[in-house]
Every structure is written in structure tokens, then in C-alpha cells.
Design a protein around this ligand. Structure first.
Ligand SMILES: [Zn+2]
Length: 168
């Protein structure tokens, strides 16, 4: 397990959580990540244990639920993903979804702890990327137009990088 300390830019919100999967390897190019957390074209999402999340400055946190368009029916629904951000400075903080309630997905940009450098990247939602975004994929990187089958946890397991709790 790795303890991740995070904060917004102005310092109104501080948080920490424990993560067995702290490598910042997953770049999401979807329009929601790009607009809310990734001006350079993508955002990097980490994964951690929601039960360990501790927050200072809760009153300054806003929650955004994107409206999603169903292109077949034309209907709009609210995303179950709840994107948390600082209401004072606008920094994106983390995403939490009740469908995967045991997990929390902080943005790598909000983490102050020095993160390990990933040996390879996964590029997801490339079908939604902006045309000007130059995907800097290296040899061995994986690319997906939508979501991959491989979870953040499975990526760490495949590469032998999972940070398990030390046995006493
Ligand atoms: Zn702030």
C-alpha cells in the first residue's frame, strides 16, 4: 500500500488515501476528462481504497455529474461518476462512482506525493480525443478507442507492480 497525499492548488482542500495501485499510467482522452481535468488533451486517473479517503476542507468541494447523450435514442442521463473539485480554485480532485463504491479515482495532478514512473502507458477513449491532440504513445503502450478490459488493478498485477500491504 502506498499513502497518497493530495490537495487542490489553493490549499482549501487536502486529502489522503491508501492505494495498492499508484502508477499514473492511464491517460483518458474523453471529452469530460479533457474539459474538466486535462487541458493538454487527457487526464491521468489513479485508483485507491475509498474507505481510506480522509478529507480536510469538505465545504469547499463541489461535485459535477456530467450529462451523457445516448446517440441512439437522443436521451440524456446523468453520469453515475461524481467528479469532485475545489470550488475555490477549480482544481480537479477525484472521481467516485457508486457502482464501484469501494474505489476512488484521484487525478494524478492533485497528488503531492512523489508517484512512481510507469514503465508503459495505456491510452483510453481515443475515439473521443480532440483532433489536435498528438498521442505520444511509446512502443509497448496500449491504445483503446473506448475503455479497456484491463482494469487499473490488473495492469499493476500484469507488470508485477502491485503495492501489497507488508506482512508482519
Ligand atoms: Zn482550491
Amino acid at each position: 500500500m502506498m499513502r497518497l497525499e493530495g490537495s487542490c492548488h489553493c490549499g482549501a482542500v487536502r486529502f489522503h488515501l491508501d492505494s495498492p495501485h499508484p502508477y499514473p499510467f492511464m491517460r483518458c482522452y474523453c471529452s469530460i476528462c479533457r474539459k474538466t481535468a486535462g487541458a493538454g488533451g487527457y487526464a491521468i486517473n489513479l485508483s485507491g481504497d475509498y474507505r481510506t479517503l480522509r478529507i480536510k476542507g469538505k465545504k469547499d468541494i463541489g461535485v459535477y455529474r456530467a450529462r451523457l447523450l445516448d446517440e441512439d435514442t437522443g436521451s440524456r442521463t446523468r453520469s453515475s461518476g461524481r467528479r469532485h473539485f475545489c470550488k475555490c480554485c477549480g482544481s480537479p480532485l477525484w472521481q467516485w462512482d457508486q457502482n464501484w463504491h469501494e474505489l476512488v479515482h484521484p487525478h494524478a495532478s492533485a497528488i503531492d506525493t512523489s508517484l512512481p514512473v510507469p514503465p508503459e502507458q495505456t491510452h483510453i477513449m481515443l475515439g473521443s480525443k480532440a483532433n489536435w491532440v498528438d498521442v505520444r504513445a511509446k512502443r509497448g503502450d496500449k491504445k483503446f478507442d473506448e475503455y479497456p478490459q484491463e482494469s487499473i488493478a490488473e495492469w499493476h498485477e500484469r507488470l508485477g507492480l502491485e503495492k501489497r500491504r507488508m506482512k508482519k
